[in-house]
Write a protein that binds this ligand. Structure first.
Ligand code: PMP
Length: 329
């Protein structure tokens, strides 16, 4: 594990010069605030989605924007939240925000209930929508007093006790802040024990997903396996890796994975917008893999990581439709 130390004490940084899109117009980064008593703060009702922005030969491009925006609309629908914008309107807001914030590497869309409320059902159900496009290193990490945790290869803890929420309690497909409390508790405890990330199981004890990543294993015969969607967020990166693998002729299987199978797998990796393909080198301190890549990144993870980077940077014509070039119309 590598921990990047920040200078201490930190001098105050100037406010970010970035603009955030809020309910129809671009406003200064620091002006987008909500009251501490607002419904979304108090009841964890904020829904969001997070997409990546890449520098390409044709300028900045958002990766799979419509899929992310549709997932946000689905989160609203699953929870019965009255999000009154259409897919086209939110996509237009993302493009406008990315254009207005050069050098962004990601875009986050949030929809929330800003009203101060007394009960779980809000009297004022007007939702605010904001889009922020930024560079996490420059605009967030550099302004934090803490030390960012950076681990290019992961040491995982498999939490067999902490299950994913049952879908009928809180659907895992809903990207709502309430869904992150249990992973936060588990991951924070794992960090204190020297791990980088956790894996959660479903109610039947099968492998589900990490705190904010989907999980894959590579079988001894080279097949990619990942849990089906019942207990996990439908990750856009997960889907991209499955499609890229199929395109490249690599066998894939979506279905139940028993925790023991991770320990005999040839390779294990996580996927997420923030991390792309993220190799796992040990689980519960036991090295993952075999032979030359025992406890090291394996060749399939490395190849998929490189392939994914090629796709996101606009160098694979077959997947060019996944990129929305923001400076082109
Ligand atoms: N699972 C959870 C719970 C997540 O929060 C995320 C991050 N959005 C993922 C998986 C990975 O999804 P994606 O590839 O769309 O970033």
């Amino acid at each position: 594990m590598t921990t990047v130390a920040s200078a201490s004490p930190k001098p105050p940084l100037p406010p970010s010069d970035r603009k955030i899109w809020l309910d129809g117009r671009l406003v200064p980064w620091d002006s987008v605030t909500v009251h501490v008593l607002s419904h979304s703060m108090q009841r964890a009702s904020l829904i969001f989605d997070f997409m990546s922005v890449h520098e390409t030969p044709r300028g900045p491009a958002v990766f799979r924007m419509p899929e992310h925006v549709r997932r946000l609309l689905r989160s609203a629908e699953l929870l019965g939240l009255p999000l009154r914008l259409t897919e086209a309107e939110i996509c237009a807001a993302v493009v406008e925000t990315v254009r207005a914030n050069p050098g962004s590497t990601c875009a986050k869309v949030c929809a929330y209930l800003p009203s101060i409320e007394v009960e779980v059902v809000p009297m004022d159900d007007r939702m605010s929508v904001c889009v922020a496009a930024y560079d996490a290193a420059r605009d967030v990490i550099a302004r934090n007093a803490g030390r960012p945790h950076v681990a290019p290869e992961l040491r995982l803890h498999l939490d067999r006790e902490r299950q994913k929420m049952r879908p009928e309690i809180l659907p895992p497909a809903a990207k709502v802040s309430a869904n992150y409390t249990s992973p936060m508790v588990a991951k924070w405890a794992a960090r204190r024990a020297g791990y980088d990330e956790i894996l959660l199981v479903d109610e039947k004890g099968f492998v589900a997903e990490a705190s904010t990543e989907n999980v894959f294993l590579v079988d001894r015969d080279g097949t990619l396996r990942t849990p089906s969607l019942e207990y996990v967020l439908p990750g856009v990166t997960r889907d991209a890796i499955l499609q890229i693998a199929k395109h490249d002729g690599r066998p894939t299987v979506e279905g139940s994975i028993r925790p023991e199978e991770l320990f005999t797998a040839s390779e294990v990796f996580l996927t997420a917008t923030s991390a792309g393909v993220w190799p796992v080198i040990s689980i519960d301190r036991k090295p993952v893999g075999e032979g030359s890549h025992l406890g090291r990144t394996g060749p399939v993870s490395l190849a998929l990581k490189a392939r994914f980077q090629e796709v996101t940077s606009g160098r694979v014509p077959d997947f060019d439709a996944w990129l929305r070039y923001v400076n082109e119309g």
